[in-house]
Design a protein around this ligand. Structure first.
Ligand SMILES: *[C@@H]1O[C@H](CO)[C@@H](O)[C@H](O)[C@H]1NC(C)=O
Ligand SMILES: *[C@@H]1O[C@H](CO)[C@@H](O)[C@H](O)[C@H]1NC(C)=O
Ligand SMILES: *[C@@H]1O[C@H](CO)[C@@H](O)[C@H](O)[C@H]1NC(C)=O
Ligand SMILES: *[C@@H]1O[C@H](CO)[C@@H](O)[C@H](O)[C@H]1NC(C)=O
Length: 570
């Protein structure tokens, strides 16, 4: 019998957004469980769940939604890479350690504090088929190493860390400082040439501050603090300065300080983009960008007025995360934004206990990067439907910089490699490169009972909230009665099937055998007499000879050789 009871409750968040919570009483579920057996039920779309026991039993519990991580790390900068002189000098920047990296086609480019650039290429076989438990396998190899000290002497002199930027359309890499920029061709690096041609960007604007710099479709956007936002265009092997955007251009009369932005393509429209622009004083703005002969900006809406902005990020353009600081407190806000009409509403405000360096969003969650401690906040987590959810803290000691793995960078001839559920991010610590595989695990109900509880049954009330993808304002609250009975048997369900199969097979063999014997008996009855007489006769004449033959097959053993590539640095 299936019956549903549905109640509608309408909530109002903020001043404008109406929210409907649909309550559904679902039919009960009956679970039979054997003692010492682990049983897990996935609550696929649940954002939050609670399980109440009528019997004060702790046999079944809810395990929260979480991201599971597995990390492989390999050390690149070895002790022998240091000279005595390195140890004597005491500036951090002079010391050889990774400071910045960028995701390039099939790998990454990383740079150390003393301007040594490392080109790492993925070993895709290892990345995709890697057993993360196994050690000694490397997800990437060093293809090339270049000393860029001659082109980046400013590093130590200016006490500034460079930013690396990569343009997939032109396969160019950029080394960016606040007052200078160089570029070189990745093709040349990849061909492991003996020398590298480095071009100076002549049109590069000197700025006192340089925040995030990002490339999209041949345009380079650079957040430059009080100077606003610079826009460049990639023209052959150079950058041409196109535009400087100030908030004045939108009629906003205020001092500005643009610290970060996130840019995404606007739906399927070519040359239209949406930018989330974060100003330290003004807060978060949604900007439309249209690229034709020129690059045009238009203000769409003002999402947030909070000052102290640190970082903004979005992957899908709908769940937009913003981090800011007020006094000594750090906060992350999550907005639900409709980029078509500019409407937005706050779905979450979260106080963070540690300093926030950066935000990095995926479809499902955002990583709030701290110094050593990082936090996972799930997207779409309407605060008020996730009352029982605890955010996941994870540590990645010494994480310096990382990027999410972009599969479209994959080599064409690698397309047949199947990659179904896994997602990755990779990056650098001071001396190592790492690859982390992550997987979002849904909320689960897990049950386990001991022998002494055989014959008992326990009652639970399971309630959980789900949100509906695509429908912003619908939340469903499910209620389900769960009865768990501990059955007295030591066979598990899977083994039952095996047992049934074996019994069926044996039964069939027995019946067939019986039939055959009956048939044989019947058809041989007549000849029986003659046979007996013949045997008696033959036996008297000669003895019975028996021949035995046997062939022994020896398993053919195939040896599997594993090849390991060692890279040689120039
Ligand atoms: C802009 O602000 C400045 C100082 O706050 C003020 O002097 C000026 O009149 C304002 N201009 C406009 C157009 O509002
Ligand atoms: C679901 O949402 C409701 C309404 O906001 C809330 O009271 C409840 O704590 C949430 N969680 C569960 C598991 O019901
Ligand atoms: C991955 O790379 C492609 C090709 O450059 C780009 O269009 C796409 O936006 C990237 N995706 C992400 C999630 O960064
Ligand atoms: C648990 O509670 C249910 C209903 O209240 C009852 O039928 C059942 O016998 C109880 N089980 C145990 C082990 O006490």
């Amino acid at each position: 019998m299936n019956f549903l009871m549905i109640f509608l409750i309408t909530y109002l968040i903020g001043s404008s957004t109406e929210f409907t919570i649909t309550e559904i009483d679902e039919p009960l579920i009956y679970i039979k469980i054997h003692p010492n057996e682990h049983k897990t039920i996935n609550l696929e779309d649940a954002r939050d769940a609670i399980l109440q026991s009528y019997n004060n039993s702790r046999g079944c519990e809810i395990s929260p939604m979480q991201v599971k991580f597995e990390t492989q790390e390999f050390r690149i900068i070895q002790e022998q890479d240091f000279t005595d002189q390195d140890f004597e000098s005491d500036t951090i920047l002079n010391f050889r350690q990774f400071v910045s990296m960028v995701h390039i086609k099939d790998g990454m480019l990383a740079i150390t504090s003393d301007s040594i650039a490392y080109l790492l290429k993925f070993n895709y076989e290892t990345v995709y088929e890697h057993d993360f438990e196994e050690t000694g396998q490397q997800f990437a190899r060093i293809l090339w190493r270049a000393d860029l000290q001659t082109i980046a002497p400013t590093l130590i002199a200016k006490n500034e860390l460079p930013q690396l930027l990569y343009s997939p359309s032109s396969n160019l890499a950029f080394l960016l400082f606040s007052d200078s920029a160089q570029l070189f061709s990745m093709d040349q690096m990849e061909s492991q040439a003996t020398s590298l041609d480095v071009y100076q960007v002549t049109d590069w604007r000197k700025r006192g501050y340089r925040g995030l710099t990002k490339e999209i479709d041949g345009l380079v956007f650079s957040a430059v603090g009080r100077d606003g936002l610079d826009v460049y265009k990639i023209v052959q092997k150079d950058l041409r300065f196109i535009k400087n955007l100030k908030l004045r251009d939108f009629g906003l009369n205020s001092s500005i300080e643009i610290v970060d932005f996130a840019i995404i393509q606007h739906g399927k429209k070519v040359d239209y983009y949406s930018m989330f622009l974060l100003d330290r004083e003004l807060g978060l703005l949604l900007i439309d960008i249209h690229k034709d002969l020129y690059v045009n900006f238009g203000m769409r809406s003002w999402i947030n007025y909070e000052s102290g902005g640190i970082s903004v990020d979005t992957r899908n353009g709908r769940n937009v995360f913003m981090a800011y600081q007020q006094m000594n407190h750090y906060f992350v806000l999550e907005y639900n934004v409709d980029i078509d009409n500019g409407n937005s509403f706050l779905i979450r405000k979260k106080k963070i206990d540690h300093r926030i360096i950066d935000l990095d969003a995926t479809e499902d969650f955002v990583i709030v990067q701290g110094v050593n401690q990082h936090l996972i906040l799930f997207s779409n987590g309407y605060d008020f439907v996730m009352n029982n959810h605890k955010d996941q803290v994870f540590k990645h000691l010494g994480l310096r910089d990382f990027a999410f793995f972009n599969q479209t960078y994959k080599l064409e001839d690698m397309e047949n490699i199947e990659q179904q559920y896994d997602d990755f991010f990779f990056g650098i610590t001071a001396q190592s490169a790492f690859l982390t595989r992550f997987q979002v695990e849904p909320i689960k109900m897990k049950c386990f009972y001991h022998n002494d509880e055989v014959g008992q049954s326990y009652r639970y009330l399971l309630s959980y909230n789900t949100t509906v993808e695509g429908i912003q304002d619908l939340v469903i609250r499910h209620e389900k009665m769960v009865i768990v009975e501990i059955i007295k048997t030591y066979l598990y369900e899977a083994e039952y099937y095996l047992l049934y199969a074996i019994a069926f097979l044996l039964g069939s063999v027995f019946l067939m055998g019986l039939g055959y014997v009956g048939y044989w008996f019947y058809s041989n009855q007549k000849e029986h007499q003659i046979l007996v007489e013949q045997i008696e006769k033959t036996a008297r004449e000669k003895g019975i000879k028996q021949v035995n033959g046997s062939t022994a097959f020896k398993g053919d053993e195939t040896s599997v050789f594993q090849q390991q590539n060692k890279s040689i640095m120039p």
